[in-house]
Write a new protein. Structure first.
Length: 221
């Protein structure tokens, strides 16, 4: 990623251009929290400061699909003026269902979707087609995902329980151990592992894509 020129001030993520976010369709709610698009303003190119928000996203940008893992620090992304970025924010635990790897394996990374699922990635790109309208691209991506989501398992309940507990006050939290034990033993083990691996660096994700810090491809569909 190009370094900022001396004296250049980055612009904060959603503070420039047009950003819109909405809930996903009922069919996608098991795996995605929301759909969003960000259209950058025309004019002089400026780097974008992306603040961690604890999320992972599936992103359509420049005719390609990529996965943006949870960030643990502010990132400076270069997106061309006038460019359109469309995304689907994953539910807690859904990254493992879709990609076959835990979210902790892609922290801070931007990875082409075909690294995980080549045939499926191209199918989704073809269904989105060629459009400059961000709202149209967002609707097409959501519709394309609806065609394949029905065959996928639901994310483990443990991921949702842990995230909800972390966002509540100490008084409202109750016993996270008691909540987790109501899940299956496999989900419990996954939840304890997720908590121990990620609790110390709970942060998250960026809404603007880059293409750096990519780990090796994990699997093929």
């Amino acid at each position: 990623m190009p370094a900022m020129e001396r004296g250049e001030s980055p612009v904060l993520g959603q503070a420039s251009g047009v950003y819109r976010e909405k809930p996903v369709s009922p069919m996608l709610r098991r795996h995605f929290v929301s759909a969003w698009f960000h259209q950058k303003p025309s004019g002089v190119a400026r780097q974008t400061a992306v603040v961690p928000d604890a999320c992972a996203d599936l992103i359509w940008f420049g005719g390609n699909l990529l996965v943006a893992g949870p960030d643990h620090q502010v990132r400076f992304e270069s997106v061309p003026p006038g460019a359109t970025v469309v995304g689907m924010r994953f539910q807690p635990g859904a990254v493992a269902v879709w990609l076959g790897v835990p979210a902790s394996a892609i922290v801070g990374a931007r990875i082409q979707l075909d690294c995980f699922c080549k045939g499926q990635a191209q199918e989704l790109i073809d269904l989105i087609g060629d459009t400059r309208d961000p709202a149209v691209a967002a609707r097409r991506l959501e519709a394309a995902l609806e065609k394949i989501t029905g065959d996928l398992a639901s994310p483990a309940n443990s991921s949702r329980i842990i995230l909800e507990s972390l966002t509540q006050t100490r008084e409202a939290r109750g016993s996270i151990t008691r909540q987790l034990t109501s899940a299956s033993s496999a989900a419990l083990r996954a939840g304890i592992w997720l908590w121990s691996e990620n609790l110390g660096s709970r942060t998250s994700h960026a809404t603007i894509p880059g293409a750096s810090e990519n780990p090796s491809c994990a699997r093929s569909c």
